[in-house]
Ligand binder design. Structure first.
Ligand code: F6R
Length: 244
């Protein structure tokens, strides 16, 4: 695992975007793994700059989101399908037909999860996966005690995660955060060709310490990155403040 500590969130986003762009550029069948939440927003903005400068083409680039809430109406502004469309697909000029998000409205959740895994495999796998990290160490929505071998499935969101994400829903319609989600598993995420995890702020410092220096443990799901040969963790000084 490579750990890069930079002075601020802007520098984190710029390096993460350059790393992602380099991976996509050299891939024969480029597939971008998309994360939501606030952490990757700077990456998408910086990637847009790279695309607009003509240094990266998103033509034909496929995309797969990490996760989605269960039970939100289609088109809800905080559904990850909408967030991915708004924050990544539109600004980056990706073809919406090539971008998928787990179907949190599916009647048959198990079939939808199996279908999602199949679609990733048929696309040739994810070239580079962008990741944020929860304060409790989750990646995707693999909450603590998720199996290191897990695949796309339904999960109950941890109380801490629902609390952390309430800020987005308060801005939208004040509705409460859903209780369940679909998420790529840790085993799914680990199959991406490269992983780029970003974290900013003191509130992520303990999760980063456990992910980077802690033992490999399902108690801190991001420690699974220790199993990947091409994982890069890019953090600002605050998020790095508990590293030895
Ligand atoms: C979102 C996701 C989550 C977030 C994490 C951090 O797709 O998979 O793991 O990355 O909850 O969220 P923020 O960035 O909002 O602090």
């Amino acid at each position: 695992m490579e750990v890069v500590i930079l002075p601020d969130a802007e520098a984190v986003a710029a390096l993460a975007a350059r790393t992602v762009a380099a991976e996509l550029r050299r891939a024969e069948r480029p597939v971008l793994g998309l994360a939501t939440g606030s952490s990757p927003l700077g990456i998408y903005a910086a990637l847009r700059g790279i695309v607009e400068a003509g240094e990266l083409s998103m033509d034909g680039v496929r995309g797969f989101a990490l996760d989605e809430y269960v039970g939100l109406p289609v088109g809800h502004p905080e559904s990850y399908a909408e967030v991915v469309r708004r924050e990544a697909v539109v600004p980056l000029g990706m073809d919406p037909a090539l971008v998928r998000v787990p179907d949190g409205a599916a009647e048959d959740i198990e079939a939808a999860c199996a279908d999602y895994e199949r679609a990733i495999a048929e696309a040739g796998g994810v070239t580079v996966q962008i990741l944020g990290i929860g304060g409790n160490g989750h990646i995707g929505f693999n909450e603590p005690t998720s199996s290191l071998a897990s695949r796309t499935r339904i999960k109950t969101l941890a109380a801490a995660t629902r609390q952390a994400n309430a800020r987005f829903f308060a801005e939208a319609d004040g509705a409460s955060v859903p209780t369940h989600c679909l998420t790529q598993g840790l085993g799914t995420i680990l199959e991406a060709g490269a992983l780029v995890l970003v974290a900013q702020g003191e509130h992520k410092a303990e999760a980063i310490r456990q992910a980077v220096e802690g033992p490999l443990s399902s108690r801190w799901p991001a420690s699974a990155l220790q199993l990947h040969r091409r994982a890069t963790v890019i953090v600002d000084e605050e998020a790095a403040s508990r590293l030895e």
